[in-house]
Design a protein around this ligand. Structure first.
Ligand code: GLN
Length: 549
């Protein structure tokens, strides 16, 4: 059979943000993948930032790092996890990135002397990026999620690009709108009007949605389905009800119950197989775990948290939370994650005792000075009381500082990031980073993305991975200072993973006979944890937590 033309499914959001466009996009992708199609995804973020790297995670959510080092939006993590694929910078764009390219091209005379205009030159650059992503993935289907909400100024040029693509090849482009249907407490019934306005606004951009995903507290009933269908010009069976769910992993299953993939195939004339029952079964099995878990495993996440609600916190550490879930589910446990503010452990030794209530402790990635002394107290407590401890990036650096202070007796040991005048800088700035810091150049300048590491035989790390060489994703500016390695090792800390040239310490641990699990990674293993492929280090940590219980 001749290869079909690549199909593009644009996902846009109506009424409010935060109703799950990313999960809807990932879910549509997963279903189509399970129908035998080669699927990739593109995320468009309307902001000017060239990447997400310079944004505060407390405001924006997690910075998700790709293998090639691109610092992106957390939705990229959702695509990788749901689709079980590896994406790269061609799959991510922002207004800043698009404009930067257009301006550079203009400076290089690539427009051949013509006047370069916002329309069509910006949308044309957007289109060329989307097509490039399709080409690289050899995709049958590209899911393109346009960030932001319909009606705002910021994403207009991206909608314009989508409209132009539809005009060029109408059969190969479709639009899914994920919209919100509120049920105001005082009224007590679900209202469709906000979505009616949103669809009209989208129509104003020259776009008619083919599918409407109705997000809300409850199911959209038939009466309202018909009403929205009639007013918004969408057939009633293309309005998909998507009520709140306990687990995001149920969403693909719910979409398929509403025959979403059949509709998409029909709209765009996609020829493909039925759902691959074996693969789909694996997902169903996995999704079931979220509701099972007779027993729990209690994890304390100790970080520098501001006065933010749970919502923002869980957004800032999304990949860590999901990685914990995948590994806990395979052990048939329900993870219970508690957020503990490291600042609280700074001056209150009594408080540390509360840590005994947890099966394990994680210190995730972080930056800056606030709360560091509290984290160090927590690490010491975990080490001395043999509570499983897993340090991610900053959490590994904390392990090394704590060991240097309390085992090697270097009382002022620190990281240059916190105290540059300490006599014992056990975590120092990387050679490659010195220039960047001198020039105040912060954007995209850390050690970023996938790097290889070699594991030492007979260690906790090599036992967990079961291989000799790994590749993991990084995002850091500092590293273990080579001057202290020999002394740290002499006193029992094992550097079980190193860069291939042996210079950079990638994993630190205590041997199993010393501690049930005391391990930290300079990289971020959470970025590679996938639902159907839990991360081996998270699994080893969870297993140690369960054993400890
Ligand atoms: N702040 C530390 C560094 O730059 C750790 C970074 C992190 O945890 N991602 O090296």
């Amino acid at each position: 059979m001749a290869k079909q033309a690549t199909k593009y499914i644009f996902v846009v959001g109506g009424v409010i943000s935060g109703v799950g466009k990313g999960i809807a996009s990932s879910s549509i992708g997963l279903i189509l993948k399970n129908r035998g199609l080669n699927v990739t995804a593109v995320k468009i973020d309307p902001y000017i930032n060239v990447d997400a790297g310079t944004m505060n995670p407390i405001e924006h959510g997690e910075v998700f790092v790709l293998s090639d080092g691109d610092e992106t939006d957390q939705d990229m993590g959702n695509y990788e996890r749901f689709l079980d694929i590896d994406l790269s910078r061609v799959n991510y764009m922002t207004t800043g990135r698009v404009y930067k390219t257009v301006i550079e091209k203009e400076r290089n005379l690539e427009y051949g002397g013509k006047c370069v205009e916002v329309v069509p030159d910006i949308p044309l650059e957007v289109i060329s990026r989307i097509k490039k992503a399709a080409e690289i993935a050899k995709a049958d289907v590209v899911i393109v999620e346009i960030g932001g909400t319909i009606g705002e100024y910021q994403n207009l040029l991206f909608l314009e690009a989508a409209r132009m693509m539809k005009l060029e090849t109408p059969k190969d482009v479709s639009f899914v709108m994920v919209s919100y249907f509120p049920t105001p407490g005082t009224i007590g019934e679900m209202k469709t009007k906000p979505t009616q306005y949103a669809v009209r606004t989208l129509n104003g951009a020259g776009i008619q949605p083919d599918i409407l995903i109705a997000r809300g507290d409850t199911n959209l009933d038939n009466k309202r389905k018909e009403k929205i269908s009639m007013i918004c010009n969408i057939s009633a069976d293309s309005v998909i009800s998507a009520p709140d769910v306990d687990s995001i992993y149920d969403i693909p299953l719910n979409f398929e119950k509403e025959k979403l993939s059949d509709k998409l195939c029909e709209i765009m004339g996609i020829v493909c197989g039925k759902l691959n029952q074996k693969e789909w079964g694996k997902w169903e099995e996995f999704a079931k775990y979220a509701h099972n878990g007779k027993d729990t495993v209690k994890i304390a996440m100790v970080g520098k948290y501001f006065e933010t609600g749970d919502f923002v916190l869980s957004d800032s550490y999304l990949s860590v939370i999901e990685a914990i879930k995948y590994s806990a589910y395979t052990e048939d446990r329900k993870p219970i994650i508690s957020w503990l503010n490291s600042v609280d452990f700074e001056k209150n030794p009594e408080k540390l005792k509360e840590l005994k209530a947890y099966d394990g402790i994680i210190v995730p990635g972080g930056f800056g000075q606030r709360g560091v002394e509290g984290k160090l107290n927590v690490v010491k407590f975990a080490r001395e009381n043999k509570i499983p401890y897993f340090g991610l990036c900053y959490g590994m650096q904390m392990m090394v500082i704590e060991y240097a202070r309390n085992v090697l007796g270097l009382k002022d040991a620190n990281t240059r990031e916190v105290n540059p005048s300490s006599k014992n800088i056990v975590i120092d700035v990387m050679e490659s980073q010195k220039e960047h810091l001198k020039n105040n150049s912060y954007g995209g300048s850390m050690r970023l993305g996938g790097y290889k590491a070699i594991l030492q035989d007979g260690t906790v790390a090599s036992g967990a991975y079961g291989v000799k060489e790994i590749t993991e994703r990084h995002r850091h500016r500092y590293e273990v200072n080579p001057t202290f390695i020999e002394e740290l090792e002499k006193k029992g800390l094992v550097f079980s993973g190193r860069s291939p040239d042996g210079r950079l310490m990638e994993i630190a641990e205590l041997p199993k006979k010393e501690h049930p699990f005391f391990l930290g990674t300079q990289f971020h293993p959470e970025f590679l944890a996938h639902p159907l492929h839990p991360h081996p280090l998270f699994t080893a940590f969870i297993q140690a937590c369960i054993k400890q219980k």
